[in-house]
Design a protein around this ligand. Structure first.
Ligand code: EPU
Length: 341
């Protein structure tokens, strides 16, 4: 098949560094190319999977079909405050681009690994901001109708690490570009941009740099992430391995009787509480745990790490042990944040 690479190694294409191959690998730059790839998959009855930055992925074996990868990576400014990023733009390069131009909204999301096209899929978030706060439009290719669709952010069913692309459009939509509505740092005539530095130690770090600016927030976030999270280029990992569980407020209250120091973030209606999975895993004694080729990051208990040569099964076995232990100790069922292929 034209433009399809056979037996393509994926070891460098996933941040956990897991060895696997794709029967075929196909890159697209345009919607026309994507259409041809999907047509070829249909004709040959091949399954397909879109691999973006591979930073939230566990590869359990060789993929028997076509791994599709976006290649177009242009950033444009269709309007003064509207930034358009094609799917293969490196996320952090997009953040740097916006910060350099004094456009606020993405700076708290600095240094998140991956590509821009994946940002709306799992509604990436960090330090009090989420992609959904700025996404105005998502462009995707509909693999059933072959249409190019523009969907408004408000219609993307965004939730905590969740969106329509993980729900109703899963396995159907392939994101080709994302538009972000940003706010100028120095709005002429006043108004101005509201910096978001309420999260954890971000405020103090930003003050230490001389107070809030987009550049200072970006630098502070990068410093915090570099201190807590392992660099995937050195230690294979997929960032947060589990989601932070949301539990009924009554259950949180009961747990607080036994663990008064348990952190928790109540929902707006007060009915549920989001508990940091990192705290549960840490308190259960897993932080820094090592077993053969896999372990729990010593500085952030939510991050599972490949100590060298790990297999997907070894990682998933460790995850199962942690889930069972947290369930036994706290009565909370953790769910995985990573995608398993
Ligand atoms: N904590 C511990 N032990 C640890 C780490 C943290 O007890 O080893 C406690 C901390 O004391 C704190 C709480 O857990 O009270 C939260 O920790 P942190 O601020 O590090 O954030 P998180 O909830 O573990 C989430 C996101 C991260 C994001 C950070 C910062 C999820 C699943 N993870 O982690 O996102 O960078 O907040 O906003 O929501 C990712 O999704 O891959 C990711 C890294």
């Amino acid at each position: 098949m034209t433009n399809f690479s056979d037996n393509f190694p994926l070891g460098d294409r996933n941040t956990f560094g897991l060895d696997a191959t794709a029967r075929y690998w196909a890159e697209f730059r345009t919607t026309g190319e994507l259409r041809d790839i999907i047509l070829a998959c249909r004709e040959r009855h091949l399954p397909w999977y879109v691999l973006s930055g591979g930073s939230n992925l566990i590869l359990t074996g060789n993929f028997p079909g076509v791994v599709i990868h976006p290649a177009a990576a242009e950033i444009t400014l269709p309007e003064a405050t509207l930034v358009r990023a094609e799917a293969a733009v490196v996320w952090d390069e997009l953040v740097a681009w916006t910060v350099e131009r004094g456009l606020g909204g993405l700076e708290n999301l600095s240094l998140i690994p991956g590509l821009a096209g994946a940002a709306p899929v799992q509604n990436i978030g960090a330090y009090g901001a989420e992609a959904k706060d700025t996404i105005e439009t998502v462009e995707y290719f509909d693999t059933e109708t072959f249409d190019t669709v523009r969907i408004k952010g408000a219609d993307c069913a965004f939730g905590y690490r969740d969106s329509i692309f993980k729900g109703a459009l899963k396995g159907r939509a392939i994101v080709t570009a994302v538009e972000f509505r940003l706010v100028p740092e120095d709005t002429p005539g006043g108004g101005g941009y509201t910096y978001n530095i309420g999260y954890g130690d971000l405020h103090d770090r930003v003050e230490a740099l001389g107070g809030p600016t987009l550049d200072h927030i970006r630098r502070a976030v990068i410093a915090i992430r570099e201190a807590k999270l392992p660099d995937p280029a050195v230690t294979g990992n997929a960032g947060s391995f589990f989601k932070n569980p949301v539990i009924p407020a009554a259950q949180a209250e009961r747990l607080r009787e036994a663990y008064p120091e348990m952190p928790g973030y109540p929902s707006a209606d007060g009915e549920t509480v989001k508990v940091p999975a990192a705290w549960l895993i840490d308190r259960a004694g897993w932080k820094g745990f090592r077993c053969g080729t896999v372990g729990v990051h010593p500085k952030q208990a939510l991050v599972l790490i490949n100590l060298g040569g790990a297999t997907a099964q070894e990682i998933l076995n460790l995850a199962r042990r942690i889930i069972a232990d947290v369930e036994r100790k706290f009565g909370i069922a953790l769910s995985m944040e990573v995608n398993v292929l």
